[in-house]
Ligand binder design. Structure first.
Ligand code: PEP
Ligand code: MN
Length: 337
């Protein structure tokens, strides 16, 4: 349920309402917009029948949130959420491109990709240290050493880094070395993991599960917000369909849909969404045109030798050319890059 305040509501009236909500055993979440303040109320809302909030000075109306997810909904917070990472704003007018290898393989390759993608305009470096591989015989990632390489490279280039967390036991390590914690498609409904990153102070990028509906995805995001972490970025990365020509089917519908249903920023991953580097530029441009707040793209200097996801990794020079095109698409839709 949300309590919509009058534009002229005073600070002391807001304080009074907040303390009343708390005294009823409910959790208030204040969202200050340009025009008015909204207080989202979480908990057993039945008590509000005994104590209607409409009577309090400063309250304009009280409305139920009809969607199953509450905190992530646009109703709860009408203004766009901007997640800030080391001064990089995700969800604002400027698009944010995250780029790097699928997996951290060694220090030199990571540094060279970081340098070239940064030069091309990527704001954030991606790279997995813990890899969720389909086969147990495939490269599983460098683990802690990979995280250290990411942190080292960050010191050299200044780019914030994003990397995937798969196991609750690695959270502390992640918090030490990463700037954004990625929850991968395969863990989108790992609810214990979601609750735990919800308690973390680090921004979280939540990828859509490959067989998850939009509703399930937003409910997973709700777990993170409900535990106190509002710095969540959603990532559309393709879903399973009957089509086998591409690795997944990138669901571009998700971009405008998420924008209408939620205040959270959404980025698109055309690398996993297609599984083919040759298709990445078109889908990247389409994502920007559709209103995405950014992209996450796999780049590798020698895709044929990559330890994971080579077929979908772009060469640095191809990535640089794509960035030039993306700037023009961004401009055409009123964004910057
Ligand atoms: C990745 O980003 O390398 C990855 C494993 O992504 P996803 O979880 O979307 O498959
Ligand atoms: Mn990958």
């Amino acid at each position: 349920m949300i309590i919509v305040l009058k534009p002229e509501a005073t600070e002391s009236q807001i304080k009074h309402i907040v303390s009343k909500v708390k005294s009823l055993g409910l959790k208030p979440m204040i969202s200050r917009g340009v025009e008015r303040t909204i207080i989202g109320v979480i908990g057993e809302e039945d008590v509000l029948r005994v104590q209607p909030m409409e009577v309090f000075p400063g309250v304009e109306k009280v409305m139920p949130i009809l969607a199953p997810y509450k905190l992530v909904s646009r109703e709860f917070k009408p203004t766009d959420t901007v997640v800030t990472v080391d001064g990089v704003r995700i969800g604002g007018k400027r698009l944010v491109v995250m780029a790097g290898p699928c997996a951290v393989e060694n220090y030199e390759t990571l540094l060279s990709v970081a340098r070239s993608t940064k030069k091309a305009g990527a704001a954030i470096l991606r790279g997995g240290a813990f890899k969720p591989r389909t086969s147990p015989y495939s490269f599983q990632g460098l683990g802690e050493e990979g995280l250290k390489f990411l942190a080292e490279v960050k010191k050299r280039t200044g780019q914030p880094v994003i990397t995937e967390l798969m196991d609750l036991r690695d959270l502390e390590l992640m918090e030490r070395h990463a700037d954004i914690i990625q929850i991968g498609a395969r863990n989108m409904q790992n609810f214990d993991l979601l609750k735990e990153v919800g308690r973390s102070k680090k921004p979280v990028l939540l990828k859509r599960g490959m067989a998850a509906t939009i509703k399930e995805w937003l409910l997973s995001a709700e777990y993170i917000l409900q535990n106190g972490n509002f710095n969540v970025i959603l990532c559309e990365r393709g879903i399973r369909t009957f089509e086998t020509e591409t690795r997944f089917t990138l669901d571009m519908n998700a971009v405008p849909l998420i924008k209408s249903l939620s205040h959270l920023p959404i980025v698109v991953d055309p690398s996993h969404g297609t599984g083919r580097w040759g298709l990445v530029p078109s889908l990247a441009k389409a994502a920007v045109a559709a209103g995405a707040d950014g992209l996450i793209i796999e780049v590798h200097p020698k895709p044929e030798e990559a330890l994971s996801d080579g077929p979908q990794s772009m060469l640095p020079e191809k990535f640089a050319r794509l960035m030039v095109d993306l700037k023009r698409v961004a401009k055409a839709v009123g964004r910057e890059l």
